[in-house]
Design a protein around this ligand. Structure first.
Ligand code: SAH
Ligand code: SF4
Ligand code: F3S
Length: 452
């Protein structure tokens, strides 16, 4: 069996990796570690002993980048203290800013999301006067043959990237520029990875893509063997009924009835869909280039609920997009109520250079208005989350234990199939066990429960 956990070998030179951004970037760090372990490195969590320091970065909003700039300054201090330390910037900021990252920042390596196979060579070639940059995007790279080295702490739940890039070009979004065009990964390699994880004791896989519903593997020999997303989740669900399958992100314009029915057929495909709506106003959705309407979105929600009444539903929302009126904002609030989201990630619009919105529409909502609208959205979601959790009181759930609670070491935390976080006492159990619980109380974030 191949070792999928980090190698601990005191003799090896050490690499320190800090990760920002989405789940896909977290999984990319695991790909990077796999490549660097094969080149003789070992992971360290202590920056002071690392000979290579990497920041795997995110560009999605300006505040994400600002935080990372602060960290790059910290890394520079390491270089001043210890000769020969190599500093590398990988991920979306590397791709967006390219050689601008080299100017006056003491960075040695800039490597974009499709260049990770070259990292060992880039590290070898670095000299103080010779920084290395590789930001070429690819139409083919999916790292399909690389087994990510798992950096999660619990050994229960793991990410599997099933595709890379994005072809949607939503007008506000930088991802198509930083991650390139969409490409799907060979389903057999995905299946092998899921099986390998299960053999290593993992109980949950989370299939990742910017738009999983457009996953399509074109078989090189026979079109009969093409695999779409519904077929892929079915293949992975069949690895074992003991292996839970989750996925994100679903796109409202693309999520198909076939996917919804396939979910309903398998108890181990979790009853949760992350379906980012972004706005409840058709005017905003049009300007965002989301290519669905409020009505279309609510029809998809109704379909999901009619097939799987117990399905959890979460979303992403952007407050204060270009030209957003008070009425547009109210439309978002009313859509939230109508859809009755169980959870949401909520953001203020942040203009990203080079995107269609930056070119076409002035970023004209004053910061104070953006903040006020976002706060209203957050307050409403807290009420909706509480309401959704209160409905669970008295119900029973099968929970996959992820570990002990941070607040109380006597209690465990785990998730229900519909993606709600549960805390409960469970003497004699351990991370990776399934347990039946009954919900006896809640907050807006957590279900308080007891074993049955
Ligand atoms: N592929 C996913 C989203 C990836 S980015 C999808 O299409 O849903 C995650 C979230 O960040 C987005 O859903 C959006 O809500 C938010 N986001 C993206 N660009 C943003 C920007 N420029 N300003 C604010 N939020 C943004
Ligand atoms: Fe960005 Fe839209 Fe692609 Fe999501 S679907 S990554 S929001 S361009
Ligand atoms: Fe950020 Fe890149 Fe992910 S911009 S959200 S790390 S795809």
């Amino acid at each position: 069996m191949k070792d999928i956990r980090p190698i601990t070998d005191p003799e090896r030179p050490k690499v320190y990796i800090e990760t920002y951004g989405c789940q896909m970037n977290v999984n990319d760090s695991e790909v990077i570690l796999s490549i660097l372990q094969d080149a003789g490195y070992a992971l360290t969590e202590n920056m002071d002993e690392a000979s290579v320091i990497l920041a795997n970065t995110c560009s999605i909003r300006d505040n994400a980048e600002q935080r990372i700039w602060g960290r790059i300054d910290q890394f520079r201090l390491q270089k001043r203290r210890r000769k020969g330390v190599v500093i590398g910037i990988t991920g979306c900021m590397a791709e967006r800013l390219k050689d601008a990252l080299l100017d006056g920042h003491s960075v040695d390596i800039v490597a974009g999301p499709d260049s990770y196979r070259h990292l060992p060579e880039l590290i070898r070639n670095v000299t103080p006067d010779n920084p290395q940059i590789d930001v070429l995007l690819s139409h083919e790279e999916t790292y399909a043959d690389i087994s990510p080295v798992r950096m999660d702490k619990n050994g229960v739940s793991a990410y599997i990237s099933i595709m890379r890039g994005c072809n949607n070009v939503c007008s506000y979004c930088v991802v198509p520029y930083t991650r390139g065009t969409e490409r799907s990964r060979d389903p057999q390699s995905i299946l092998r990875e899921a099986e390998e994880l299960f053999e290593n004791g993992y109980k949950e896989v989370n299939l990742l893509g910017q738009n999983v519903d457009s996953y399509l593997w074109k078989d090189p020999v026979s079109a009969d063997k093409d695999v779409n997303f519904a077929q892929l989740i079915e293949m992975v669900a069949k690895v074992s009924p003991e292996l839970r399958v989750r996925f994100s992100t679903s796109h409202p314009k693309d999520i198909s009835d076939e996917v919804i029915y396939t979910m309903a057929m398998y108890r181990n495909i979790c009853r949760h869909i992350h379906l980012p709506v972004q706005s409840g106003s058709n005017v905003m959705l049009e300007k965002m280039r989301r290519r669905y309407t409020r009505e279309w979105y609510l029809e998809r929600v109704a379909k999901i609920r009619s097939v799987m009444p117990d399905c959890g539903l979460s979303t992403d929302i952007i407050a204060g997009f270009c030209g957003e009126t008070e009425q547009d904002h109210k439309d978002t609030l009313s859509l939230m109520e109508e859809a009755g989201f169980d959870a949401a990630f909520m953001f203020q619009y942040s203009e990203r250079p080079g995107t269609l919105a930056a070119l076409k529409y002035p970023d004209d909502i004053p910061p104070a208005v953006k903040t006020a609208r976002l706060n209203e959205i957050i307050a409403l979601q807290n009420r909706l989350s509480l309401k959704s959790n209160e409905k669970e009181i008295g119900r029973r759930h099968t929970v996959l234990i992820e570990g002990t609670s941070k607040r109380n070491s006597e209690e465990f935390v785990g998730r229900t199939s519909n993606n709600k976080v549960c805390v409960f006492p469970a003497p004699g159990h351990k991370a990776g066990d399934y347990i039946e619980v009954e919900v006896c109380g809640c907050t807006s974030a957590t279900l308080i429960s007891k074993p049955v």
